[in-house]
Write a protein that binds this ligand. Sequence first.
Ligand code: IVH
Length: 629
Amino acid sequence: MIKENIAALRKMLDEYNYQYYILDNPSVPDSEYDRLFRELQALEQQHPELITKDSPTQRIGAAPLNEFQEVEHKQAMLSLDNAFSDEELFVFNKRICERLHVEQVSYFCEPKLDGLAINLLYENGILVQAATRGDGFKGEDVTQNVRTISSIPLHLRGNDYPNSIEIRGEVIMPLKGFNAMNAKAHTLDEKVFANPRNAAAGSLRQLDPKITAQRPLAFFSYGIGDPGEYVLPNTQSELIEQLGKWGIRISPLGYVANNIEDCARYHADLLRKRAQLDYEIDGVVYKVNRLDWQQQLGFVARAPRFALAHKFPAQEEMTIVESVDFQVGRTGALTPVARLKPVVVGGVTVRNATLHNMDEIERKDVRIHDTVIVRRAGDVIPEVVSVVLSKRPEHAEKIKLPKKCPVCGAEVLHHPGEAVARCADGLLCPAQRAASIKHFASKSALDIEGLGEKLVEQLVELDIIKTPADLYNLTIEKLAQMPRMGQKSAENIMQALESSKKTTLHKFIYALGIREVGTQTALALAEYFQDLNKLMHADEETLQQVSDVGVVVANNIAHFFKMQRHQALIQALQTAGIHWDVVKKSTHQPLSGKTFVLTGTLINLTREEAKERLQALGAKVSESVSSKT
Ligand code: IVH
């Protein structure tokens, strides 16, 4: 009974796995899979004698190795001839037609996956060995790592598989997983991989399979090695179809082209689709579709005559960093940009590449005049991946963070432990004007209704407003000139501006857009100082007395108010008529120490009003639920 139960669970899990990983079409939610998986685990724990090596619970758990064993492939793993243009493709076809004495050849076309080749040996339908390509004849035994890859079945489906067969394909790292893995590695200060192929290779060559199991690896098969006693079908496409029936993952992009012109079209189509795929491909592989013709054509040196890799433009190239500039973003973040000796990457001329931030520059040790590898994948901004150290010239210069903002000349702040350096001028730096004015007008700040984001951008663009104080010099006439602005809307905005003049100290502090001073901190500051002048003249030590204010925030605040232009702005705003009542700290604070999160629609009051009332009673209002809520 238990035995049957276990068998039934494994069968269901295999089926769901097949639907999920091979067909890419799950029929049950993950939670159902997890539930059955745990059920099987529990039964196996009670009856360890019933555990089999190909049970879905047995993917992870092998002990770390000291080294990989050498494995001889039953049939050599060869490489492919390359073509870089349609002309070369036509030459390839002509040679084949001549050799076969035929007019036209049909080809099986597939993406050329950018990962690493793997040979899977299935005996009696069970995965018994997985090996890397190595020198083509002998590779490394990475079986226990490959067993952790969910899209590689531990046993074949059906009952018509041969006693022994070598199945071949590519282990890849999908982009989503690659990016997430690198982002995590970055925050933990661990090794970041330059590209998905290196990441896949590095992950598969881990001696501890538990590490491999955490890496987001996937697999697609493109053929077989030694077929054992499997009687081959007539064509490559039928062979691939058969692999699919055995539960092996094959590319959904496989295609039978009737002639070479059709191949060229497939190549052009796939190049267009390249950026949308969740994995990297570096070209197309064509194989003569008829297997008897493949045999007849045979091999030259290390590559088959019947196949060709038609490459896409490379996504990585080498060039030289000529200089480095710093760009200031809308939030004041300074981004170092490498100015490059122009180079064609992925078919596009690249002159600039991002260096992300100072931490990244340090980590990659990029210097001016260095030769670097530049990468441009899909629609992503080109980036400097790494330095070719062997080519570093003697006059290579270290990159220094500028002391002053290149846009407005304000001081640049770079707090220890923070990757990003910023312009200290949150409000008036031209690079940040629109963002800071939008912030000033937002609901939790001065709440200027009708002053939308687009309108602010247009007003800044046309130089009609430069600072939040300029908002109060707007007139109906000026506003009415703006596109899609009627008289009535202009009047409404003027009315909203007038109403916004009466505010509260904490809203005003928040509206200034001091870095890391949110509504909560603004309220704490208002209650502590009760007077703007006192806040403006407080030293960092005093500021740190305020709840919520640590070293970094205290430094941000003190810096902000020290700047002449911020003092002038505050003066201008007050002259424009902005005022507030003296803050009286409420003594009745029954909700102090409690944190609230507001969601959904409230009856009779807006969320903003509810937030204010809660805060007045001493509560903290947070955006998301935490253990303190
Ligand atoms: S067929 C006889 N098909 O490219 C060689 N290879 O440059 C049979 N590759 O080592 C290979 N995608 O790792 C084939 N759809 C595909 C491929 C593919 C990627 C890799 C494979 C091979 C290398 C050869």
